[in-house]
Design a protein around this ligand. Structure first.
Ligand code: ADP
Length: 609
């Protein structure tokens, strides 16, 4: 059944009640009407008959009196006699009250008597006789008829007033009856309609409750309704929708949970601490290593998560997060020197930080995943290797020096004459020995720089002295290649605050490269000039230059431009950079292929030192 039909049916008790009230009031009205009709039919006609009887009687009497007074006119009462007869006949047919039949009979007989006397009166030959008849018979007969009519009138008037009162009482009763009927019908109608409507709307409540439960998160909530109406259809639609959503939720949630567990298991499996931070620096997640090594409590409320964490670790995490968010790019450490030392479980360990941005839905960096790579073992190996290399290099030095002295003595023929061939071989051996010595020196300096052990004996030095000394050292090799070295010191160039021996190493490296890569007979310029709070030194040659793509790696360890002549280990520029940086200066290169190379570096001026 359709909802509309049901709604109409639910209202039907009210309609029935209304009809009932209608029927009751209809009946009551009819009954009241009937009562009034009865009064009219029963009594009004009799009253009319009595009155007309009296009226006609009066007329007849008046005529009789006129005749008596000598008016010899035709009595002319025939019309009234007929009327009276008619009225009496009508009255005889309308006897409704008790005593009315008797009264009517009495009236009829007295009228019959009157008519006989009247006939005699009319027939009397003389006035005297008429007068006598009138006085003796007609007058009393007249009174008799009149009384009879009055009796009839009284009976009917009494009946009328009695019936009228009765009708009034009935009307009063009917009023109560109708009122009671209206109240009962209204109560019954409302109660029945209310019950039916409530029953009708109960399914809506079932649907509503299911929707509410579903909305509150109970994905199993369904509305179970049978039937073909619209509410049952609505329930069926809702159930279908809930099934879909439940399936969708089960699948997407399940996938999400599995993905999250897999991701957590993966990062928990990593031996290196992993910390996931949001854009505000709040910890979103950590792996087990981060919990145990860094002592980060990801489950603690914001502000408590770093309670037990080292200040340096906090600062590092903040720095990496800020870097990743600002640059929208991963953070990659430049080298071992960025390693962070962390005391954990009584041992000191080294961690190299890396960070990767985590993108939100809108492509905005919403946080950073920081990995602290445990490089303790690597670091130890590196240190071991450095120590080994330093020890070996150190052990090489003394025998190399005596070897070179021995070769020198032999080559200079201080210990005996040599053939030209022998002398040539010894000169070559001396060159190799020198190169070997230079490499051993480089290696020793390298290990010093790498271990951060460069002790500087700084003092105020004139840049001109430094340059002159460097030129002096390389005069021999420059002359050998017919290269001229020019020194240009700008006026007002301040003294530098530096370790002159270490700076000589920088000059040596740059100048020996310049000589080596200069064409024969070319010029080399060495300049010094004030540069803010420091002094800038330039070493420029007219060599082949360095291709741009190789310039970035020049200062790295063991880097050599491909195709460079043999003889170096690619350590010179690395050592030069280490020494310049130890002084607090900077180093760089200006080179373009084909038009020479200029290496420059800065050293703080003495006034600032
Ligand atoms: P090496 O001891 O092998 O020369 P360096 O660190 O001193 O190592 O130099 C690294 C590389 O830089 C060299 O192999 C060379 O190719 C290049 N280089 C250095 N100085 C110059 C220069 N003045 N002109 C051209 N190339 C140079």
């Amino acid at each position: 059944m359709k909802l509309r039909t049901k709604l109409i049916l639910a209202q039907s008790p009210l309609a029935v009640a209304l009809a009932l009230v209608g029927v009751v009031s209809g009946t009551v009205t009819t009954r009241l009407g009937e009562q009034t009709g009865h009064i009219l039919a029963d009594n009004y006609r009799s009253v009319l008959a009595a009155q007309r009887t009296k009226e006609s009687l009066e007329r007849i009497d008046s005529h009789a009196l006129l005749v008596l007074a000598g008016h010899q006119a035709e009595l002319g009462a025939g019309r009234y006699r007929t009327e009276l007869d008619n009225e009496l006949r009508a009255q005889e047919k309308n006897i409704t009250e008790s005593g009315e039949a008797n009264a009517t009979a009495r009236l009829t007989s007295s009228w019959t008597t009157y008519k006989e006397v009247l006939d005699r009166f009319e027939a009397a030959p003389s006035v005297a006789e008429r007068d006598q008849i009138y006085r003796r018979d007609l007058g009393p007969a007249f009174q008799q008829v009149k009384r009879g009519a009055d009796d009839l009138l009284a009976i009917n008037q009494d009946a009328m007033s009695r019936k009228s009162e009765e009708a009034q009482r009935s009307a009063e009763r009917f009023k109560h009856l109708v009122t009671a009927a209206v109240i009962l019908a209204a109560l019954f109608g409302l109660a029945a309609s209310g019950t039916l409507t409530a029953r009708l709307l109960r399914p809506l409540g079932v649907v509503g409750a299911a929707v509410r439960r579903f909305g509150a998160g109970d994905v199993k909530a369904r509305a179970y309704l049978q039937g073909p109406d619209e509410i049952a259809q609505l329930a069926a639609e809702f159930n279908a929708m809930a099934d879909h959503l439940e399936r969708y939720r089960a699948s997407s949630l399940g996938d999400l949970v599995r993905a999250q567990q897999a991701a957590q298991a993966a990062i928990d499996g990593l031996p290196d601490p992993v910390v996931i931070l949001d854009a505000e620096g709040k910890v979103q997640g950590v792996n087990e290593a981060a919990g145990s090594v860094l002592r980060i409590d990801a489950d603690a409320p914001a502000g408590q998560q770093f309670k037990d964490v080292d200040i340096a670790v906090q600062a590092l995490l903040d720095r990496l997060r800020a870097h990743v968010i600002a640059s929208r790019a991963p953070y990659v450490p430049a080298g071992f020197e960025e390693a962070l030392r962390i005391e954990t479980m009584g041992a000191e360990r080294m961690f190299l930080p890396r960070a990767t941005p985590m993108y939100g839905e809108a492509g905005i960096v919403g946080g950073a995943a920081v990995v602290l790579q445990d490089i303790t073992r690597l670091f130890q190996f590196d240190e071991l290797k450095n120590n080994l290399v330093a020890t070996v290099a150190h052990e090489f030095r003394t025998p190399l020096t005596s070897l070179r002295m021995a070769i020198d003595l032999c080559a200079e023929q201080s210990v005996g004459p040599l053939t030209a061939k022998q002398q040539g071989l010894l000169f070559a051996a001396r060159d190799d020995c020198e190169r070997l010595q230079a490499i051993v020196d480089d290696v020793l300096n390298l290990s010093r720089i790498e271990s951060g052990r460069i002790d500087l004996n700084k003092l105020a030095v004139q840049p001109a002295d430094l340059i002159d000394q460097a030129i002096d050292v390389h005069r021999g090799s420059a002359e050998q290649k017919q290269v001229t070295i020019h020194a240009e010191i700008s006026t007002g160039c301040p003294e530098v605050f530096a370790d002159p021996d270490r700076l000589q190493l920088v000059f040596t490296n740059l100048l020996s490269n310049a000589i080596r890569y200069s064409p024969e007979g070319a010029d080399i310029t060495m300049q010094a000039r004030a540069n803010g709070h420091s002094v800038r030194f330039d070493v420029s040659d007219r060599g082949a230059g360095i291709p741009v793509e190789h310039q970035a790696g020049l200062f790295e360890k063991f880097f050599r431009v491909p195709g460079s002549p043999a003889g170096g280990a690619g350590l010179g520029l690395f050592i030069a950079r280490g020494i310049v940086q130890a002084h607090g200066g900077e180093i760089g290169v200006l080179a373009s292929a084909g038009s020479g190379t200029t290496f420059w570096f800065t050293v703080p001026a003495a006034s600032d030192g």
